[in-house]
Design a protein around this ligand. Structure first.
Ligand code: MOS
Length: 764
């Protein structure tokens, strides 16, 4: 079967993809390795315990770190007694602001090409406390237990200063317009307030979403060593290249003197960037002149790593009797830390979802003294889609119209804000296919009428959407050896989403090889490419780089072919890959294997490196992935408990490279959306600015008992303007899910809950 899949002439892949060239040639054939349900290549090593995570690198002479966290939100350290700790068994060093090396602040992510920092606050450089939970001391000891014990004996007193720790106070202090991708998040088209006032029906409501914390299964950890002036960091990271440059900047050394690796990462979701703990570990290792392992406790993750910001959103929609939207208003305020990088720009989904006669969009930031928030799976879109997609459901109720038909009636022809054409948008097909599969026609539109004993049963739906991004830093090195195998190196990441697996398929197809002939190496800052595992953008970023490098490889191979080769005299435009070699496009019998070409030239290997073309497709088109999300809930009329009983995601995300890993991504996003809708909430004490539930015992994530069988389908329509026809899938399915659940709860109970999470008390 493998052989027959390879020999089809359609497998002759012309060797280039570049934005503007039209459809990626790879999308025109279907017998290859892309599209196969390949199991995760990292599955075996993980199950066997053979996958080294960041806290599992054992270095000679290594010491273990423990941290002490501040207990006030703002002020200064008055006294800091480390003498007992320093005398404790096994203690090597206690580092505080008094002896920490001088370091620059983290360069704030987004402020320059390679900046990785989540905030730009000083790290242990003075006696200031800037949030409740900030690290004020690092203990290094021979064992983790000794370090933890000694840390517990450090005594700190503080002089407190007034801090802004309540949302109302933060808003009263004055807000600033959020700034993202070089623009203020503020858009006005027409007079939306006037159109709203004049509309046949209108909805005008406030939606609230809470703080949420990152809870990857692997807590953040790092193992660091200095080799004279060179820093090596094995980290749980989703941006090794950015981090290496940023650490060099912080410590005043050259980028080449820092190496960051992250071969296995146990979930990232936007939280595994550069935070203070990696900087502290490197500083302490320098001071002690010994390698350091710093593994944050679960509480440590809550104290040092920010999550999703709290929001308060107004969504107002005015519609005509025919359902067409005259006005969409999406405004409000998100909490933000100071000197930070990631505004919770919740109005994102509203900027491309629906046609309307007028728009008003505005995101304000209110500053609080707290650990800075960061990107968290579909930042902005996850909580923004809850608001807009709940409001659309409310309009459907007000009009007495089916919510799917209402959405389809307002489907835009072009991007409603920029006017650009969509690169590929088949959301209507996704709605139709999903409605059919889910049995939407059986839904009773009258709320609170379907009962099963003490359970109220309802169905709801919502649209999902996520921006397409291809990063500008994509680059790849291909090394082809005389045995016909290839190794591809890209400084990309696999935090469990299947990068290594899918890219193995991409490379096999690009080069006409069997999957087992391909090695994909990644997550080492010394490799080519500046690629972050962010924004659901890694797959196309790497895929475009592989395509570019393959093009160079073909050109180099053609220079090596002998005069008697069947390929002699051919140009790159005339050949494609076939069966572990190259062949003339219109005459596949003129074929020579890679092995033969290299042997003929007396070469053991050939290595090429290339950068992907700039992502100009993003300027020419409005590019997004979409989904139609369907939910059935059962709400207990006695206890208020909500059980999601069925869920379907009907996605439109371009071409799916690996159905198995894609399905897992979608299910994972939907499960996170289930947590967003029903259980997840950081309890933030507004008096003290302290997170009160920094543990999995009290911060409620969905567990298996909470998750039904989740059905996933997709249109599978390739996007003609992206590498491989693919768009992003990693963050898409958390969007829309919260609203689909809330809308189903409304259908079940008649109760419209606009304040997440929808806990039982809100339904009683
Ligand atoms: Mo995602 S929040 O861009 O890792």
């Amino acid at each position: 079967a493998k052989q027959s899949a390879m020999n089809s002439p359609l497998e002759l892949a012309p060797d280039s993809w570049a934005p503007g060239n039209g459809p990626d040639p790879l999308i025109q054939h279907n017998g290859g390795r892309i599209g196969a349900s390949v199991s995760r290549v990292d599955g075996g090593p993980k199950v066997r315990g053979a996958a080294p995570f960041a806290a599992e690198f054992a270095l000679d002479d290594m010491v273990y770190a423990a941290l002490v966290f501040s207990t006030i939100a703002k002020g200064r350290i008055a006294t800091l007694d480390t003498t007992v700790a320093e005398a404790a068994p096994g203690v090597v060093l206690v580092m505080t602001h008094r002896n920490a090396p001088r370091m620059r602040p983290m360069p704030l992510f987004g402020t320059s090409e390679k900046a990785a920092g989540a905030d730009s606050l000083p790290i242990m450089q003075d006696d200031r406390v800037r949030w409740n939970g900030q690290a004020v001391a690092v203990v290094l000891a021979e064992t983790r237990e000794q370090a933890d014990h000694a840390a517990s004996m450090i005594r700190v007193t503080y002089e407190t200063e007034p801090a802004t720790t309540s949302f109302e106070q933060a808003k009263a202090n004055g807000t600033e317009t959020a700034h993202l991708f070089g623009h203020d998040v503020h858009i006005e088209i027409g007079d939306a307030e006037a159109a709203l006032a004049a509309a046949h029906v209108s909805v005008d409501a406030t939606y609230r979403t809470p703080y949420q914390n990152h809870n990857a299964i692997e807590p953040h950890a790092t193992t660091v060593a200095w080799h004279s002036d060179e820093l090596v960091m094995h980290d749980a990271s989703q941006l090794v290249g950015h981090q290496a440059w940023s650490l060099a900047h912080i410590f005043g050394i050259e980028e080449e003197q820092v190496r960051v690796t992250a071969p296995y990462v146990g979930g990232a979701f936007g939280g595994k960037g550069l935070w203070s703990h990696q900087v502290l570990a490197a500083a302490a290792a320098k001071l002690a002149d010994r390698p350091v392992r710093l593994a944050l406790s679960r509480e440590g993750v809550y104290r040092l790593v920010g999550g999703r910001a709290r929001t308060e959103q107004r969504v107002a929609i005015g519609a005509g009797a025919d359902g067409r939207f005259d006005a969409i208003i999406h405004t409000g305020t998100a909490v933000s830390g100071r000197d930070k990088a990631a505004p919770e720009a919740f109005a994102f989904p509203t900027q491309s979802s629906y046609a309307a006669g007028s728009f008003q969009i505005d995101v304000q930031l209110a500053y609080q003294d707290m650990v800075t928030n960061t990107t968290m799976r579909a930042p902005g879109e996850a909580v923004g889609s809850f608001a807009i997609e709940s409001a659309v459901d409310e309009v459907a109720v007000a009009l007495g119209m089916d919510p799917i038909e209402l959405r389809i009636r307002n489907e835009p022809d072009n991007d409603p804000i920029t006017g650009r054409p969509f690169s590929s948008r088949h959301l209507v097909e996704a709605w139709r296919a999903g409605a059919e599969r889910f049995g939407w026609a059986k839904r009773n539109p009258t709320p609170g009428t379907v009962r099963d004993g003490e359970w109220l049963v309802g169905m709801g739906c919502a649209a999902a959407t996520h921006l397409y991004v291809r990063q500008p830093g994509g680059a790849a090195r291909i090394t082809l050896t005389s045995d016909g195998n290839v190794t591809v190196d890209v400084a990309a990441h696999d935090a469990g989403m299947g990068t290594a697996t899918a890219q193995g398929q991409v490379i096999a197809e690009r080069l006409g090889l069997e999957p087992e002939q391909v090695s994909f190496r990644f997550a080492d800052s010394r490799m080519p490419g500046l690629v972050a595992a962010l924004g659901s953008s890694q797959t196309v970023t790497v895929g475009a780089a592989v395509a570019a490098a393959q093009r160079v490889l073909v050109a180099e191979l053609l220079k090596l072919v002998g005069h008697d080769s069947p390929l002699a005299g051919l140009t790159t435009e005339q050949v494609g890959v076939l069966d572990g070699g190259l062949a003339k496009l219109d005459e596949p019998a003129r074929h020579e294997s890679y092995t033969s070409i290299l042997a003929g030239a007396g070469r053991d290997e050939i290595a090429v490196e290339a950068s992907a073309p700039p992502p100009v497709e993003m300027m020419n088109w409005s590019m997004h992935s979409y989904g139609a999300m369907f939910c059935e809930v059962r709400v207990n009329g006695v206890t208020g408990e909500t059980r999601v009983s069925r869920f379907l995601g009907s996605m439109d995300c371009g071409r799916v490279l690996n159905p198995k890993t894609a399905t897992s991504q979608f299910r994972g996003g939907i499960i996170m959306g289930l947590g967003l809708a029903l259980t997840e909430q950081t309890h933030f004490d507004e008096r003290k600015g302290r997170i009160m539930n920094p543990s999995l015992a009290e911060y409620h994530l969905p567990v298996h008992m909470d998750v039904p069988e989740i059905d996933v389908i997709w249109t599978g329509i390739p996007d003609p303007h992206t590498p491989m026809g693919a768009r992003g899938i990693g963050e898409l399915s958390i969007t829309g899910t919260g609203a689909a659940i809330a809308n189903a709860i409304f259908n079940a109970t008649g109760k419209r809950i606009r304040d997440l999470p929808i806990t039982p008390d809100k339904l009683m």
